[in-house]
Design a protein around this ligand. Structure first.
Ligand code: NAD
Length: 478
């Protein structure tokens, strides 16, 4: 069966071409997906446009919300199947995949129950006039997602778009899209009208580029690398289409000398090894006040040395990297940093039972990383934590803000005034105080500052992004 889902029907790519899919835990090819291209994107965008004029476009907000909630339940009914698919496709531990599936269901429930709670405004104007500002969908929305949390990303971007009455076309990552295919089947089961949700599998430079430059889309969201983000922004700009970009990060964990160190250490380790570091908001820089640097590093190193890597079924702390290409990239980062003299303080271990051809990388904690080192500034997107020290609060802020990214940050201190100052001064879309992790918080607006992107997903703000307004001025003077 083809893996392209358009207008409620499954098909192969128009030219019949396919892409091989590999199991990251074993390196073995195990299935293929359809390699959609511009002809397939044309069909998907046409179907979405027709859905807006058809049954889907006629539903009330409450009816759309009910459908979304029903899909949330259908996802939960199929949770184990979806978790197994996600784990095999991405390599993530089964416990993590199971949790991801719960989060997807939650996105559909959250936005399903919110669908009829986004209201417009009335504006007092001239005598004899009614003015209302109505919130309306963009129309056809284009969604491009990466491979690290494919199921969660689908829920995060598609649920608010459909809640607002758009018709969506999704282009998931060629490196992990099997859960998207399964969820598309569940859209059918939940009873969504044909064309409201469409899925085209394929490569970014083919299907992705065709989608973002398609003249009949009205809005685009992209989650992925800063480099591709630029291409998407250029394509949508030429198309006069607004876009939301969620790009990378180099998020700091700032630990002051009055922090509860025993509470902080395990959460800081988890925030970088989770999903093998392939999390855009991973806490990848550890900034420690200099007078507790050695003491705290000892705690973190002890935990880091205990991190175990294996297959999804082994269900350890982390799984493999998603693809051979990414594994090589991450390992190069580690090898080059070590060769340049940056000190390896601790290292997790790959289980001896893990298949030799899997794309595994042992997590590494680097110490005293020079502030201008590549490791301190660039996103690795792997299980690599770079520790540095700072002198005082001003130095901590300068260091925290010292990269071109601004996605998330963690602050660890018991001093309430300092918590408030840091929350204000750190430039990031999310600041966590004595905790860390956006993960499942579907209610929490999420997105970047600086080169981490623009626009917001999650929470109610996503509903605003996924819609626009129309001002209606009615003259009722005789
Ligand atoms: P990527 O940018 O290579 O690919 C992301 C998606 O874009 C994929 O579906 C890909 O097929 C598509 N794509 C590629 N070229 C395209 C083009 N020319 N036009 C349109 N679409 C195109 O990123 P990746 O390798 O899948 O993911 C890793 C990167 O994504 C990391 O840098 C990470 O920080 C970032 N990321 C960010 C977030 C976030 O929410 N901010 C979440 C996950 C990943």
């Amino acid at each position: 069966m083809g893996t392209i889902y358009i207008n409620g029907k499954w098909s192969d790519a128009a030219d019949g071409s396919t892409i091989d899919v590999f199991n990251p835990s074993t390196g073995e090819e195990f299935t293929t997906i359809s390699r959609g291209k511009s002809e397939d994107i044309d069909r998907a965008v046409l179907a979405a446009n027709q859905a807006l004029d058809g049954e889907w476009g006629r539903l009330t907000a409450t009816e759309r919300g009910r459908l979304l909630c029903r899909l949330g339940q259908v996802i939960l009914d199929n949770a184990e199947d979806l978790a197994q698919i996600e784990a095999r496709d991405t390599g993530k531990p089964l416990t993590v995949a199971r949790n991801d599936v719960k989060v997807v269901a939650r996105y559909f429930e959250f936005y399903g129950t919110a669908a009829d709670k986004i209201h417009g405004q009335t504006i007092p104007y001239l005598d004899g006039f009614n003015v209302s500002v109505v919130r309306v969908p963009h129309g056809v929305t284009a969604h491009i997602i990466p491979w690290n949390y494919p199921a969660q990303m689908l829920g995060r971007t598609i649920a608010p778009a459909l809640a607002m009455g758009n018709a969506a076309v999704l282009k998931p990552s060629e490196d992990a899209c099997l859960s998207s295919i399964r969820i598309a089947q569940l859209f059918d089961e939940a009873g969504f009208p044909a064309g409201s949700f469409n899925l085209v599998t394929g490569y970014g430079h083919e299907a992705g580029a065709a989608l973002t430059s398609h003249p009949k889309i009205n809005f685009a969201t992209f989650t992925g690398s800063p480099e591709v983000g630029v291409m998407v922004q250029e394509a949508t700009a030429r198309n006069h289409v607004p876009c939301v970009l969620e790009l990378g990060g180099k998020s700091p964990q700032v630990v002051f000398n009055d922090a509860d160190l025993d509470k902080a250490a395990p959460q800081i380790v988890k925030a970088i090894v989770q999903n093998a570091g392939q999390t855009c908001s991973a806490g990848s820089r550890l900034l420690i006040q200099e007078d507790i640097y050695d003491k705290f590093m000892e705690k973190v190193a002890r935990l880091f040395n205990e991190v175990r890597v294996g297959t999804p079924e082994m269900d350890l702390d982390c799984g493999p990297i998603v693809s051979a290409k990414q594994q090589k990239r991450v390992q190069n980062f580690i090898d080059e940093a070590a060769a340049s003299g940056v000190e390896v303080i601790a290292k997790g271990s790959i289980s001896p039972d893990a298949p030799a051809d899997g794309y595994f990388v042992a997590p590494v904690l680097f110490g005293k990383v020079p502030r201008d080192h590549r490791l301190a500034c660039n996103e690795v997107f792997g299980p690599v934590l770079s520790a540095m020290s700072f002198k005082d609060e001003a130095d901590a802020v300068a260091l925290a803000n010292g990269t071109e990214f601004g996605l998330a940050a963690g602050v660890w201190t018991e001093n309430g005034s300092r918590q408030a100052r840091l929350a204000r001064k750190i430039i990031a879309g999310q600041v966590f105080i004595n905790c860390y992790g956006a993960g499942g918080g579907v209610e929490l607006p999420f997105g970047g500052m600086k080169k981490s992107g623009h626009g917001r997903e999650k929470g109610f703000l996503a509903l605003e992004e996924m819609s626009t307004t129309k001002t209606v001025v009615q003259n009722f003077n005789g």
